[in-house]
Design a protein around this ligand. Structure first.
Ligand SMILES: *Cc1c(COP(=O)(O)O)cnc(C)c1O
Length: 548
């Protein structure tokens, strides 16, 4: 780019062209759930690594068009047919906001190189702390590299608080990290990379009905650790699991944690809320459930109220992790680690001064962040999202998609050959099983679930779910059409729960497979879901034909 305005700098023109080129990969209305014309994978592995740096410079136009071509064939996050995972289409304001820092390269390591761009992180921290009913002036926030980065920040904060000597001497005490059985698997990344060790994760069982952390089990573990003189590093409450949207009972966890303080010589255990998936339900703190101004259906309102009632205790946490790139409808990576007591966190994590950098503004997070250089892309994406959608926008998007999911449930319920595999979920997922033609799905599933004698049937129908899931994927990849419309990109799960006769999981195969839809797109609607049902039944018929 040119140094001055008005010259031959054609960055804006090139950007416009690049965005137009990539926009052109979108299908025509009613088109496939992938970008471009084909899903052909354009490389072979590991041969692809034979690429070499070209001797001569290539033109920017050539590099741009090669770059746009890389997007051909990938799943289209903007398609209403895309419903395979927690994978939202980023909102326009967040896309644009996160592109701008690429031009002038603010480095949010410290004030001198970020200047006013730091307001995005600082104001996000204020807005989010306020959302969680903390004092924004006393709280703090840093954007980092993902929900797993937030988890890592939480763990490091906890280790530093409980084992202050660990910063210089290393972690020399087997303190414990207590999580529920439903906690995200990034607990392994965090405990492994921190050096605390994966063996120091203690998994607290969950209630088989609600999937929440079992408080009796938590209390007996806390009691046992106290008696043995073993410190608790942190307890993690998952506030919204990725699939089923389960919230741990954080107020009760706080009460128990306070009841069993760490032995003498150790700091106070941390309570971390992994709310990367569930945080935005907290916006319903400001919803008038009586007047229901956004006009949600009674059923949606009931689910929203339930989610809000479960997340509202989040203020009991010492720190919270947030992903804007999940239920904040923003680009990767825009995760924010928010902590209640900025004075404590920023003090105990403080490193000395740096010869390279001088403080010229009041905000210089380089002294306590994990990263050195940090991009402003995430902070601007999160900040722009909060401003662009606002409380009401987030409520409307969450509630609107929830309506679609509830509609999907109602369609499954109308089908005699389909059954909901998990009817109580309060998130966006519908997990369902499809049975051979003529089967009474409810009766059959109840048998498979509750009667060990039906184990063979469970396994056989698990294979059917998998075959239908694979058929659906094959159809999606090939742009197959049913009733003149491309088939959706959905998913299947190979064991989101054990059969009831296999609660302890001793039979590794005694799990429930299910097809899954995870709508995240504001353009999804009832007619898309009607089509999903038609396609799934057609896939089942096709699979049955092939099995004969
Ligand atoms: C997705 C997720 C994570 C990991 O977050 P990334 O942004 O993928 O790093 C952690 N915890 C929960 C509950 C999640 O849903």
């Amino acid at each position: 780019p040119a140094p001055y305005k008005g010259g031959a700098d054609n960055l804006a023109a090139l950007m416009k062209k690049a965005v137009e080129m990539i926009d052109n990969l979108r299908p025509a209305p009613g088109g496939t759930a992938f970008l471009g014309n084909s899903t052909k994978l354009d490389y072979s592995y590991p041969d692809v690594k034979k690429c070499r740096i070209p001797q001569k410079a290539e033109s920017v136009n050539k590099v741009m068009s090669d770059c746009v071509n890389l997007f051909k064939g990938m799943p289209d996050v903007s398609s209403p047919l895309t419903m395979s995972n927690v994978w939202p289409q980023p909102n326009n304001a967040s896309i644009i906001a996160s592109m701008l820092p690429l031009i002038f390269a603010p480095n949010i390591i410290e004030g001198e190189y970020a200047w006013n761009v730091h307001k995005a992180e600082l104001e996000s921290g204020g807005m989010l702390a306020d959302l969680f009913e903390w004092d924004p002036a006393k709280s703090g926030a840093v954007y980092t590299y993902g929900g797993s980065g937030c988890w890592f920040y939480g763990l490091k904060y906890a280790i530093t608080r409980v084992l202050p000597g660990s910063r210089e001497k290393g972690v020399r005490t087997d303190g414990k990290v207590l999580v529920s059985a439903q906690a995200h698997y990034c607990r392994q990344n965090a405990t492994d990379w921190s050096g605390l060790g994966m063996d120091n994760v203690v998994v607290i069982p969950t209630d088989p009905e609600s999937n929440k952390m079992d408080l009796n089990a938590l209390e007996s573990k806390l009691k046992e650790l106290t008696e043995q003189g073993i410190p608790v590093i942190e307890v993690v409450c998952t506030m919204g699991t990725t699939d089923a949207s389960v919230f741990d009972p954080i107020a009760d966890v706080r009460r128990l944690l306070d009841k069993y303080p760490n032995p003498k010589g150790y700091g106070k255990a941390l309570l971390y809320a992994d709310a990367v998936c569930g945080w935005s339900w907290q916006t319903f703190r400001y919803y008038d459930f009586e007047k229901n101004p956004l006009g949600f259906s009674p059923e949606a309102l009931r689910v929203i109220k339930k989610n809000y009632d479960e997340i509202k205790g989040i203020h009991y946490a010492d720190a919270v992790g947030i992903d804007f790139h999940k239920f904040g409808f923003s680009p990767y990576i825009s995760s924010c680690f928010v902590y209640k007591d900025a004075a404590e966190f920023e003090n105990i994590m403080r490193r000395g001064s740096y010869a390279y950098l001088q403080e010229v503004t009041p905000y210089n997070p380089m002294y306590y962040t994990l990263e050195v250089s940090r991009t402003a892309s995430g902070s601007l994406a999160g900040w722009a999202t909060l401003k662009y959608l606002g409380i009401e926008g987030l409520q409307a998007v969450l509630g609107g998609i929830l309506e679609v999911r509830l509609y999907m449930d109602s369609l499954v319920e109308k089908q005699t050959e389909m059954v909901m595999a998990d009817a109580d979920d309060t998130g966006f997922i519908t997990l369902f099983r499809v049975y051979p033609e003529g089967t009474d799905a409810r009766e059959q599933f109840a048998r498979e679930l509750n009667d060990r004698g039906s184990r063979a049937e469970l396994l056989c129908n698990n294979r059917l779910q998998q075959a239908i899931g694979e058929k659906m994927f094959e159809w999606y990849l090939s742009g197959h059409k049913i009733d003149g419309k491309p088939t959706p990109h959905i998913a299947y799960s190979t064991g989101f729960r054990n059969a009831s006769w296999n609660e302890d999981g001793s039979d590794a195969e005694g799990t429930v497979y299910a097809l899954k839809t995870y709508p995240m797109n504001v353009y999804n609607n009832p007619s898309v879901m009607d089509h999903v049902i038609t396609c799934v039944l057609a896939a089942r018929d096709e699979v049955e034909k092939e099995m004969e």
